[in-house]
Design a protein around this ligand. Sequence first.
Ligand code: SF4
Ligand code: MG
Length: 324
Amino acid sequence: KPGLIVSGLDKLTGRNSTQTVHAVNDVTLSVPRGEVLGIVGESGCGKSTLGRVVSGIYAPSEGTVTLEGKPVARDHRGNVDKLTTRVQMIHQDPFASLNPRMKVGEIIAEGPRVHGLIPAREVQERVRSLLEQVGLEGAYANRLPHQFSGGQRQRVAIARALAMQPELLVLDEAVASLDVSIQAQVLNLFMKLRRELNLTALFISHDLSVVRHVCDRVAIMYLGRVVETAPADELYAKPLHPYTEALFGSVPTLGTGRARFHPIKGEIPSPINPPKGCAFHPRCPLAGPRCKVEVPRLVTPSDNRSVACHLQDGGTGAQTGAAA
Ligand code: SF4
Ligand code: MG
């Protein structure tokens, strides 16, 4: 069950050589078919850029992205490969992503129609069943986006994505703009759909309390790199990376009001000129001399976990100045 495999992925963004940001830095991860992987980090950590490369919206600078063994990418001229229809993205703001002049039935039918996924005479029936699948009435097909609430619009966006029968869904802050009670409804819908359809998904969020409910595994990103991955229950029971621990220290739980990310002590460093060594060292309470000079490698303390911290790497610790 290969699913998504991201290998050695780099993405440089920015317009000129002085402003280049290494938005995604040597990221390797996999999402077996039927699994939901959470990608968590503060704003600017590269999680949205990662989502866009995986979706084929951006070309990788280095490395590969494959889905069921086949590459997902733009070609070298920037043309959208037809394979990109295999990945569907759901964005934070459902209003911005739905054409205000199109009826939602047309919005949902457009992709399958353009790509010839279903015969024309079956389109209406398919739209109706998709609307019902996301908890809306089939008759809503004739309404315009502005006639829906934020939560309903996000349901429409999910129906539109499912209409393409994607092999992978990428949800980027998909519930972040919704009120907490509506967030819970949309998350419950997502969990129902993933069971029914055996969905494979990347669930990108700044909010660990949201991710906990919907993800099998979680990858924590910091300044472009994955610093920890673990099954969700193990991560929440025992985070290994000091950054992950710090994230937990600042996470409000669902239902306590707006689940705003409350950043950790210290500023997020500029991704244009990230700190040397472990990029987290200026904010890490456990940093030693080694952390300022040597990038920690991703090690696997147990079968299904990985972590990039000198404290977890063979006991040599953060204090030695090995590479100084
Ligand atoms: Fe902290 Fe050093 Fe570990 Fe980085 S490598 S998280 S600075 S202890
Ligand atoms: Mg983002």
